[in-house]
Design a protein around this ligand. Structure first.
Ligand SMILES: Nc1ncnc2c1ncn2[C@@H]1O[C@H](COP(=O)(O)OP(=O)(O)O)[C@@H](O)[C@H]1O
Ligand SMILES: [Mg+2]
Length: 191
């Protein structure tokens, strides 16, 4: 048997297994706090950046505030990439970015700093706490950034009244979108 090149210390919680196996371009996750969605998304982004066959693949994690991205996701990304350091993965703290050996990148962004996202292309993005973002960040900046390379997107959050996330969640539920969208809820606590 071939030995793996590296071992990542991550066992997905049961409720996120189907998420990691998804084939849909757009996905929507609704969970309670501390369910493990940010961790699941960081590992999902890293796996994409490591395994993508695309040239210079670009993956992004977006939360409402850049500072929030740094606080909630940077430590997860740093520990996720640690086993890949010896293969050449590098950390760029000032840009909240990790570069992987084959040229893929994962970078953290904030919806309060959309200029950093203008003009880039993306192969995949996670929009965490999407309910707290200005929906124009999606329509005016992210959607065009994904268009070039047919990138994917995952929306995460909790519906708070009838906001943009609620509408998205409802659309994900509709049969009409069943082929291209999928939603998950992870109502249970713990692993
Ligand atoms: N697959 C996992 N294995 C072990 N611990 C995990 C896993 N997923 C999440 N955790 C831990 O659970 C806590 C909450 O995770 P987090 O992803 O921040 O939750 P959420 O984003 O849903 O609020 C953190 O302490 C994190 O380290
Ligand atoms: Mg989170």
């Amino acid at each position: 048997m071939q030995r793996p090149e590296f071992v990542v210390d991550y066992a997905p919680r049961r409720q996120f297994e189907a998420f990691h196996d998804r084939r849909q371009r757009f996905a929507c996750i609704v969970t309670h706090r501390r369910a493990g969605k940010t961790v699941a998304c960081i590992y999902d982004l890293q796996r994409a950046a490591v395994s993508s066959e695309r040239l210079r693949s670009r993956y992004a994690y977006l939360s409402p505030f850049l500072k929030q991205s740094k606080t909630v996701a940077w430590d997860y990304l740093r520990s996720a990439m640690a086993p890949l350091r010896r293969l050449g993965a590098t950390v760029h703290e000032s840009e909240l970015r990790v570069d992987y050996p084959k040229g893929g990148q994962v970078r953290l962004y904030g919806a309060d700093n959309p200029d950093a996202l203008r003009g880039i292309y993306l192969d995949g993005i996670v929009l965490d706490e999407y309910a707290d973002m200005d929906p124009r960040v999606w329509s005016e900046i992210i959607r065009p950034a994904l268009a070039d390379r047919g990138g994917w997107a995952v929306f995460i959050g909790t519906p708070k009244g009838r906001n943009a996330f609620f509408e998205l969640w409802r659309r994900a539920q509709s049969e009409a979108n069943a082929r291209s969208r999928r939603r998950w809820s992870a109502p249970t606590t713990g692993s």
